[in-house]
Ligand binder design. Structure first.
Ligand SMILES: [Zn+2]
Length: 263
């Protein structure tokens, strides 16, 4: 059994055939799918999916990519209190066992949105995660230095997942020391993913969890196609080769790692 810890099944690209997508995932041995949040409009879709499919889990939060239009209309305080209220309602509602964290939150230096506002939103959301004792799913792009600093400064110790980890062993170790697991997806299936594969070898499989980032980040050989949870088997194969273990060992250990994050 495997867990896809990061798949955006709430996006409209899955609206037509979500049943088939989840059926293929089950056939591939994916026992749980975690949908990280992007914005309030999509929170509603996450709720609908979670009500329909009991093996779906989800987190709530504001993804940095989707913040600009929201910040054009609302102040940071308003957005944070909307999230706070939705977290409170969800923690006591029908979906409380399927709601498992805050995310996807983070800092992205490749988008135009002002870095200070991104950092404020990140820290505020870390604060909510701390308040409600929830782990976080963290988005990064060219921002490891800032994220590591902000997590330390905020005193957040709830842990979580560094989504689409790429980087060297030192960066990996710094996140691990702060209580995080590394989300491992399609990147390591590419020949150019050697730096990240080396980092994983150095830190060990006990710090890795599986993810696809569906519909994005296609696996090597599937470029240009919509990604989906069933393709997570490609990541398992590469990790098994890399560590010289059976695929069943990769599946068992990464699933155990995922459970330890969302205990
Ligand atoms: Zn994502």
């Amino acid at each position: 059994m495997k867990v896809d810890t990061h798949c955006h099944l709430d996006l409209s690209v899955f609206a037509e055939d979500i049943d088939e997508v989840l059926c293929r995932a089950t056939q591939a041995g994916v026992s749980e799918c975690i949908i990280p949040a992007i914005d309030p409009a999509h929170w509603q879709k996450q709720f609908t999916l979670a009500r329909t499919y009991p093996h779906i889990r989800f987190t709530l939060g504001f993804h940095p990519y989707f913040l600009s239009p929201l910040l054009a209309k609302y102040a940071v305080d308003q957005l944070i209190s909307q999230l706070d209220q939705t977290i409170q309602e969800t923690l006591t509602g029908q979906l409380k066992t399927q709601f498992i964290g805050v995310g996807e939150i983070g800092v992205d230096r490749a988008i135009e949105l002002d870095i200070k506002i991104q950092e404020t939103m990140f820290v505020e959301q870390l604060g909510l995660a701390k308040q409600y004792h929830l782990p976080v799913i963290v988005h990064h792009r060219k921002s490891h230095d800032r994220l590591l600093g902000l997590i330390k400064q905020s005193g957040f110790t709830g842990g979580g997942i560094i989504h689409a980890f790429s980087g060297n062993a030192l960066v990996a170790q710094a996140y691990i020391e702060l209580g995080f697991k590394l989300g491992i997806g399609g990147t390591i299936t590419y020949p150019r993913g050697s730096k990240t594969r080396e980092a994983l070898l150095a830190v060990g499989l006990e710090h890795c969890v599986l993810e696809t980032d569906s519909p994005d980040m296609p696996m090597y050989g599937r470029q240009g196609q919509r990604n989906e949870p069933a393709f997570i088997t490609d990541v398992v194969t590469v990790l098994a080769d890399l560590f010289g273990v059976e695929e069943s060992v990769v599946e068992a250990l990464t699933t155990q790692n995922t459970r330890s994050v969302f205990a």
